[in-house]
Design a protein around this ligand. Structure first.
Ligand SMILES: [Zn+2]
Length: 145
């Protein structure tokens, strides 16, 4: 009898594989240290998170654009209860919205490098892509203060 596996729909990381989705380039770019998203060449809209079709005009031929690697904390909080699986020992982990320059995008992310008590709204942060133990990649932002 084999060990139970995570149901596919509960594990969003297969999205890093191009055989599952067309947003896989996001993770390829992230491995290169780039934060990217999709832009619609027809109406100019920029999407977050990356899309496979434009939410405005439904065009499915989108282009990839680089986003700023630096931003400022727009809002933040600390997690003490209800931590996601695998983070049980990380009570106090900081998460927040990072405003990326003048893009108008606010990205939800983990914020590392400082404790909750040491941060304030408006603090500068920089992109910090990081490898996961199983070879996948994800992003977070590092405090620059
Ligand atoms: Zn569009």
């Amino acid at each position: 009898m084999s060990a139970p596996s995570t149901p596919f729909l509960l594990d969003f990381f297969p999205q890093e594989d191009a055989k599952f989705t067309r947003v896989a380039p996001f993770f390829t770019h992230l491995r290169e240290g780039r934060l990217t998203t999709t832009k619609c060449p027809a109406d100019g809209s920029v999407h977050w998170p990356p899309r496979v079709s434009c939410p405005t005009c439904h065009r499915d031929q989108l282009t990839w654009i680089d986003l700023p690697k630096e931003g400022r904390i727009y809002a933040f909080s600390a997690l003490y209860l209800g931590l996601p699986l695998g983070m049980e020992k990380e009570a106090g982990a900081v998460v927040g919205l990072v405003e990326l320059g003048d893009t108008g995008l606010r990205i939800f992310s983990r914020i590392v490098g400082k404790k909750y008590e040491e941060l304030k709204i408006g603090d500068p942060v920089r992109l910090d892509p990081f490898p996961l133990p199983d070879g996948r990649v994800f992003y977070r932002f590092m405090s620059k203060v």
